[in-house]
Design a protein around this ligand. Sequence first.
Ligand code: HMG
Ligand code: MG
Length: 298
Amino acid sequence: MPAEVSIYEVGPRDGLQNEATILSADRKIEMIEGLVDAGIKRIEVTSFVNPRWIPALADHMEVATRIRRKPGVTYSALVPNLRGLDAASRAGMQEIAVFMAASQTHNRKNINKTTEEALATYREVVTEARARGMTVRGYVSTVYGCPYEGEVPFEQVLRVGASLLEMGCYELSLGDTIGVGTPRQVEFILDGLLRAGIRLDQLAVHFHDTRGTALANITVALQLGIRTVDSAIGGLGGCPYAPGASGNVSTEDVVYMLHGMGARTGIDLDRLVAISARLGGHLARELPSKYLKAHLGH
Ligand code: HMG
Ligand code: MG
């Protein structure tokens, strides 16, 4: 078990992209700044994608330009193409994340590209972003299963992941987009990537908790030496182009577990759960986080 774990907060992006209630830019900014004040050091604030595809994040420019940035904190945003990169640059982003699936059909449905087209686009985006002094994170989605194709061969995960690293991404986030993964599978996939020469410090895990396996999966990943975990406040989240996808594993559940296991996160759990409770009110629904439910006495 690592003594210190880095939480990569995706609530303002993955968390809000599929919510029925669209938060105002003011509320999103309050959410992001609150999370950072609670100790979050890496946070994905929005997506510079086509607002027709993701209407909930159509205010990306306003949110990204108005947030008060704290030194030492990494603010990131999803970018699907050069147009998105330009917008992210104008908004003052220092880091972006490119995203694609290991499966062909999800790429078609989510970014309207084949796997080959997505790789070619991202080669340009990553090269240009790095020339502008930005750092780039890479997501591989559908690592544990695809909503359209079912099981995804490990070779496809390796191929997409290795290509993203080779083009200049500093880290790969391995997405269980629809929350089908189980601990043995996590072991198999991480072990395979490590054997292929990818380093532990280049890997992060991103679990949606659709079937309740996320914390078990994270535990196995930590035992294998993974030190970066993606999560969303309240357990918000899901991809609108992945039928059946539900929330990300909740940040407060992960932080509670990590602190209980003696790992440091630098995050104040009380402040975190207070933000989560407020968000539940703003979104007018009971959020999936277990820690939040216990805190509220539900
Ligand atoms: P397209 O329709 O093929 O794009 O969409 P296009 O290049 O043909 O352009 C069509 C229109 O989109 C044009 O406008 C462009 O200007 C505009 P028009 O001339 O028709 O008025 N456009 C843009 N507008 C704003 N920002 C841009 C942009 N690019 C083009 N960057 C595209 C291709 C990739 C843009 C589209 O499919 C898209 O925006 N997809 C986003 C999907 C998305 O955000 N999904 C959720 C995130 S992925 C996820 O959740 C998984 C993850 O969490 C990991 C996991 O869980 O596994 C990361
Ligand atoms: Mg996701």
